[in-house]
Design a protein around this ligand. Structure first.
Ligand code: HEC
Ligand code: HEC
Ligand code: HEC
Length: 92
């Protein structure tokens, strides 16, 4: 029994570390109104981190208006899924 609970505890720690690395929803500030980006949902749905993290997971140095509109809006337009109008991404 002791052994099993140790394994369970280890899983709990690993799962927690994953959560600590990136929030489920990341607030991207913008003067237009912040964008609440459901990061976890995109991770699970797209699987491929490189769709957004070309240089590996972590902060995205090139994250700005041009990058976001090309990457985020670009994919939504292409897939005909996800918000493409200003106010659907930029909320007060
Ligand atoms: C649809 C785009 C997209 C996908 C796909 C994606 N991410 Fe992210 N991720 C972001 C954005 C945007 C940020 C915020 C970056 C910033 O603040 O510089 C971020 C932040 C992160 C951070 C936190 C960086 C920090 O220090 O705050 C980690 C870690 C991360 N992503 C890992 C991953 C991993 C691992 C995957 C694949 C399983 C993944 N991401 C898939 C867009 C994405
Ligand atoms: C490679 C494709 C791809 C990229 C890149 C991408 N998205 Fe998405 N996004 C999707 C798809 C597909 C959906 C629709 C999910 C659904 O309807 O279940 C979506 C949905 C969303 C939603 C609505 C979520 C909801 O729960 O209704 C928001 C907000 C969003 N994306 C923001 C962003 C932002 C901000 C970025 C860039 C940092 C981004 N997306 C990059 C494919 C992408
Ligand atoms: C798919 C989501 C999405 C859509 C649609 C979208 N944006 Fe953005 N926009 C973003 C993200 C993400 C950023 C980058 C925020 C950051 O730099 O952290 C951004 C940045 C910006 C910025 C610069 C940020 C600032 O502080 O000045 C402006 C201005 C802007 N958007 C205007 C618009 C307008 C106008 C539209 C409609 C024509 C629009 N956006 C549509 C996601 C979106």
């Amino acid at each position: 029994m002791k052994k099993i609970s140790a394994v369970v505890a280890m899983f709990a720690v690993t799962a927690f570390a994953g959560v600590a690395l990136a929030a489920d929803v990341i607030d991207l500030p913008a003067s237009m109104g912040k964008v609440s980006f459901p990061h976890k949902k995109h991770q699970e749905m797209l699987k491929d981190c490189k769709k957004c993290h070309e240089k590996g997971p972590g902060k995205i140095a090139e994250l700005n208006k041009d990058w976001a509109h090309k990457t985020c809006k670009g994919c939504h337009t292409e897939m005909k899924k996800g918000p493409t109008s200003c106010k659907d991404c930029h909320k007060k």
